[in-house]
Design a protein around this ligand. Sequence first.
Ligand code: ZN
Length: 317
Amino acid sequence: MSKTGYFTHRDCSKHEMGPGHPECPERLDAIADHLLVTGVADALAHYEAPEAALADIERAHDHGHVAALRGMSERLRQEQQAGGPDYARIDPDTALNAHTWQAALRAAGAALAATDAVIAGEIDNAFCAVRPPGHHACRDKAMGFCFFNNIAVAARHAMQRHQMQRVAVVDFDVHHGNGTEDILAGDPRALMVGIFQHPLYPYSGAQSPAPNMLNLPVPAYTRGMAIRELIERLWLPRLEAFQPEMIFVSAGFDGHREDDMGQLGLSEPDYAWITRHIKDIAHRHARGRIVSCLEGGYAMGPLARSVAAHLRVLADI
Ligand SMILES: [Zn+2]
């Protein structure tokens, strides 16, 4: 059995972007409830996510971006106390409320603490049940429900604080992880492999990425078996050859066939299969070290079941 850490914090549920928004606090409740009733929660080591230090966030983001978000958040809180609006909008899909700054610090802090605990050997691998998600957050801007790029912050921490020379990022969210690509493109210590529906938001990733990026854009209605074949033929040999010392996973479950956010045909057995293959590579090259962070996944039942399938493989249960 592997020892798997589960990192989360109640502050992550206080951030919300308005009534009816799909990236909602109930996502974390659905996951936590399902892990409890299935007994998966009993097999995990539970951690409260700390707040990330701004210096750690600025390994992946410009100081200006961090300062702007902090300023927006402070202004919103002051205006709210004076009877102003509940939200400060960044783009049509992305807004801050009074708790967003704190939630974003906890989400990035979860990824950082998970990285430290895995590298220290305290746990074998980890899953961060956090929001806001991160993989659309670019070096200098928030977008697409994302404020800080949790995975890129953690990957940079592994490289700079723990001197890792080869860090892999695997992204199986239905959307292209454009923010992670923006931050890690051209960094010779990083290899990013992604598979995503195209064309679909953010409509990037299909053209000439940097040499350390392996993007697999696939059309709507691609089924799980076809995705497994592509992963087997293209991702796995590249990851194997790279020999990562640690693997970070942008674990988005919106490619589930019952999730309306995209039109891919993935299901729980596919997520288990992908996790198994990531874990095999981690065992061969990285002493099993994996840190996985929640990205998308907006259909509550499928999201919760898919996270459980992912965790069962990570924890060998
Ligand atoms: Zn997504």
